[in-house]
Design a protein around this ligand. Structure first.
Ligand code: HEC
Ligand code: HEC
Ligand code: HEC
Length: 421
């Protein structure tokens, strides 16, 4: 995974003001918390189940697990133009994990982005959102993590160039972007809408991908107007109801919980692990999120003058028939296997940008046990960039009936290069 937050923090490093604040910080470094004498007593099963729910809603496993490696042991490399940062081991191993962290130290990490020994954490860890977690949810997450299997593994040191490897600079970033949370927030808000807002804004940290970034690597406000992550577009979440194929609340629940909306397509790329975790939480939580998302919808922007749609090229149609139609036409055997979305209406084809089409074709959709019919092979090594462009032309104009995207071959080459790094 590429780390956008840090990449753009390069802009921040350049700012002289940051250096001054960083220097000041060196004298005011947060105090270390003493090591816990003993691990906390094992909690009751009901507490563990509630903790599992918080950790799933907060997506902690996604970043703190490296591929098929042990859960929560960290080591996932987050690549940036300035080097690589590795997620930490948050299993309760006393030496290499958080086994000697007290609840107070854990709470400070989530609320302020400060490690137990007092060093500042990189905002790749979305503490600017977790800071508003309720005390109760922080405690539940702590109890759940402290009962995971301890894994003894020291993760590699970050490989960052100067001055980004100088953590005190993060004090300046925090002045700009951290609004420390209020410990009095209740975990279970009174109405589904308030609960949904808490789950989307705080625990789910949805804005960390769905908002654009400022030059200093902070999230743009107002939130949710669309961002990009690892070469994928994370769509605008305030125009879901006003997009070319409007979303309804029920479809959002299907998509967020099952990774598939019959009206809009599958969750792919960085969104897929989010939906896999949401599949584990009570349906009511996802319904609350969907209700909140529907409440932040904005009207469609004034329509631009219609661009004429030209007929697709024959080359694209031939490629589609050869490589894709076996799964993507109504007659395809796979289409009849289970209820399937129509490719023409998918967000990937309706979007003004070809980014998610290119990523979907290059990377495919990994096979996954519970939803084994949602599988698409990667075509990265099968199709050239010129062929991806021909296919894009066919699906966009021929299937979706929209004006062709531009410069697809160049964008495909760029996506290929980035994913090989
Ligand atoms: C988007 C990725 C991401 C998500 C999601 C995430 N983390 Fe992290 N977390 C990180 C990274 C990266 C670091 C290391 C930052 C650093 O070294 O400066 C980190 C550090 C931490 C630390 C400090 C550990 C130490 O040894 O210093 C704790 C505690 C932690 N995360 C807990 C959590 C919990 C609990 C959740 C879920 C509620 C969570 N994280 C979700 C990326 C993430
Ligand atoms: C083995 C079957 C298979 C083949 C072959 C295949 N796909 Fe897919 N594709 C899928 C499945 C399954 C999905 C997930 C959505 C669904 O169920 O239709 C998907 C999704 C997509 C999406 C994203 C749409 C969405 O649901 O969000 C695009 C774009 C796409 N395919 C394009 C292609 C193109 C172009 C080709 C040919 C180069 C191709 N596919 C070949 C099975 C396949
Ligand atoms: C790690 C980055 C990331 C996070 C975190 C994330 N998303 Fe996404 N999201 C994406 C990407 C990328 C896409 C486009 C994927 C696709 O089309 O298959 C997407 C797609 C979506 C879509 C479909 C939009 C459309 O027009 O097709 C919805 C709805 C959505 N996300 C909601 C959420 C919610 C709610 C959360 C928080 C619980 C969230 N996302 C968290 C990256 C993310």
């Amino acid at each position: 995974m590429r780390l956008r937050t840090l990449g753009l923090a390069g802009g921040l490093a350049a700012a002289g003001v940051a250096v001054v604040l960083g220097g000041l910080y060196a004298w005011t470094r947060p105090a270390p918390f003493p090591a816990a004498d003993a691990p906390p007593a094992p909690p009751a099963p009901a507490i563990l189940a509630a903790g599992a729910r918080v950790v799933a809603l907060g997506d902690c496993m996604v970043c703190h697990t490296n591929g098929a490696g042990p859960a929560y042991a960290g080591g996932l490399p987050l690549r940036t133009p300035f080097g690589t940062i590795y997620s930490t081991n948050i299993t309760p191993d006393p030496e290499t994990g958080i086994g000697r962290w007290t609840l107070a130290a854990f709470r400070r990490a989530l609320r302020e982005g400060v490690a137990r020994d007092g060093h500042l954490l990189y905002p790749a860890f979305p503490y600017i959102h977790y800071t508003r977690m309720s005390d109760r949810d922080i405690e539940l997450a702590y109890q759940y993590l402290m009962t995971r299997a301890p894994v003894k593994v020291r993760q590699p040191d970050n490989e960052l160039v100067f001055p980004l490897n100088f953590r005190p600079l993060l004090a300046a970033w925090n002045v700009l972007y951290l609004r420390p949370g209020d410990a009095t927030i209740p975990a279970q808000q009174a109405t589904p809408l308030a609960r949904g807002r808490y789950l989307v804004d705080t625990l789910g940290h949805c804005a960390s991908c769905h908002s654009g970034l400022t030059l200093a690597g902070g999230e743009r406000s107002p939130a949710f107007h669309g961002g990009s992550i690892d070469g994928w577009d994370a769509p605008d979440l305030t125009r879901l109801a006003a997009g070319p194929v409007p979303w309804r609340e029920r479809e959002l629940v299907d998509y967020l919980r099952g990774g598939l909306s019959l009206a809009h397509g599958a969750a792919k790329g960085p969104m897929r692990p989010v939906t896999e975790r949401l599949a584990e939480v009570p349906r009511a939580d996802v319904e609350a999120m969907a209700a909140y998302l529907m409440s932040i919808q904005e009207p469609a922007p004034a329509a631009a003058a219609a661009t004429p749609v030209r007929p697709p090229s024959a080359a694209g149609a031939r490629l589609f028939a050869a490589a894709c139609a076996g799964c993507h036409t109504d007659a395809a055997p796979m289409m009849r296997l289970a209820a399937r979305p129509a490719l023409a209406r998918s967000s990937a084809l309706q979007s003004a940008s070809p980014a998610n089409f290119i990523q979907a074709v290059q990377q495919g959709i990994p096979w996954n046990q519970p939803a084994s019919h949602v599988y698409m092979p990667p075509f990265r090594d099968v199709l050239t960039d010129a062929q991806v462009a021909e296919l894009a032309d066919y699906v966009r104009t021929g299937l979706a009936g929209k004006p062709a995207w531009r410069d697809v071959a160049a964008a495909s080459a760029k996506a290929r290069k980035e994913s090989e790094q």
